[in-house]
Design a protein around this ligand. Structure first.
Ligand SMILES: [Zn+2]
Length: 164
């Protein structure tokens, strides 16, 4: 048996015969070296936290990549909560709405796919609209951009002037 291994084995056996010794010694050390103990704790804790955070971030990234619709619904929900708007919809609600709308823009009727379809709050959240699926329209991004904080009625009357 190599010497280091023999030493380790000896220590292990000794500790088995003297339970609580290690804990007592480190408690003593901590009591005598409060500053070092604190530093030690903070360093280890920070390392643990960073590792944990890194792992969580990587997991989230993978999940977000695989669930883009859930990410967008979550973003809308967060914003809705920020401005105090009620209502929530799921990624499934949104997918169903896209199918129900014939995959056309609610305003200009242009054909949309899952990449070009954007969520429009018919009555904007900032103007008292809810984040419920009933207040959401499938829109193209030019319409969504042009509509900004207008309600559906206001935007439709603007669109009507285009045709004159
Ligand atoms: Zn449009």
């Amino acid at each position: 048996m190599p010497i280091t291994e023999a030493l380790r084995e000896y220590k292990r056996q000794w500790k088995d015969k003297h339970p609580g010794y290690s804990a007592r010694m480190s408690r003593k050390w901590r009591a005598e070296n409060p500053e070092k103990a604190k530093e030690h704790y903070l360093k280890n804790h920070a390392k643990f936290r960073d590792n944990h955070r890194e792992k969580r971030r990587a997991q989230y990234k993978k999940w977000a990549f695989e669930n883009p619709e859930k990410v967008k619904a979550g973003r809308d929900l967060r914003y809705a909560r920020e401005v105090g708007a009620p209502g929530a919809y799921t990624a499934l609600d949104w997918m169903a709405l896209r199918v129900a709308s014939g995959r056309l823009c609610f305003y200009c009727r242009i054909a949309l796919d899952e990449k070009t379809a954007v969520r429009d709050h018919k009555t904007p959240l900032a103007r008292g609209g809810s984040n419920d699926i009933s207040n959401i329209a499938v829109s193209c991004s030019p319409c969504n951009f042009r509509k900004r904080a207008m309600t559906e009625v206001e935007f439709r009357s603007l669109l009507a002037t285009d045709k004159v």
